[in-house]
Design a protein around this ligand. Structure first.
Ligand code: S3P
Length: 181
């Protein structure tokens, strides 16, 4: 696909970046979208774990959140270089799009916010097997969500995922990808 241009005439790269809070479905939707579009899939958390040789949980526990954020920023920068102008689907971590220095890197990128009600997100996270260091208790989860919501709303496209299956969300993303610059 030829890169399009955004409202300011700047070149927009084709890769799409899924953003949203923990439990939003960034990885599962991302994998399905990548199959549908025939574009490679990248999960930023998986890349960080491979690069550092430790799990996200270990990085948080042994080195703290600050170290995790530094690794996350470095990995995002490396990924953007690797992607160049090729099409790809990227699942970011729940906090990636809430960090100023990452927003700067993603200014020209096509970003998609997967939205769901915070109580639904909490239910999904409590039900799955993923070890999330920032999933401490309901109150902390809700406060963190509120503190990040404004950042997520800065994404290029917002999709409501509540009550929808993955294929419905994938179809909405595909339509947008094929029609938006
Ligand atoms: C985080 C979310 C996690 C992971 C890390 C920090 C966050 O990703 O990046 O535990 O700050 O919300 P998921 O959103 O994929 O769970």
């Amino acid at each position: 696909m030829t890169p399009g241009r955004d409202a300011h005439g700047e070149v927009r790269l084709p890769a799409i970046f899924l953003v949203g809070f923990m439990g939003a479905g960034k990885s599962s939707v991302g994998r399905a979208v990548s199959r549908r579009l025939g574009w490679p899939f990248h999960d930023l958390d998986e890349r960080i774990q491979r690069r550092v040789g430790r799990s996200i949980e270990e990085i948080f526990r042994e080195s703290g959140e600050g170290e995790f954020r530094r690794a996350e920023h470095a990995e995002l920068r490396a990924l953007l270089t690797d992607l160049g102008s090729s099409g790809a689907v990227v699942a970011l971590g729940g906090g990636t799009f809430a960090q100023k220095e990452n927003l700067e890197l993603l200014k020209q990128a096509r970003t998609i916010f997967l939205h769901a009600d915070v109580e639904e997100l909490l239910r999904r996270c409590e039900a799955d097997e993923v070890d999330r260091p920032l999933l401490r208790d309901g109150d902390h989860f809700r406060r963190l969500y509120e503190s990040r919501k404004a950042s997520y709303l800065g994404a290029s496209l917002h999709i409501e995922t509540g009550g929808k299956d993955v294929e419905t969300v994938v179809a909405e993303i595909q339509r947008w990808v094929e029609t938006s610059p």
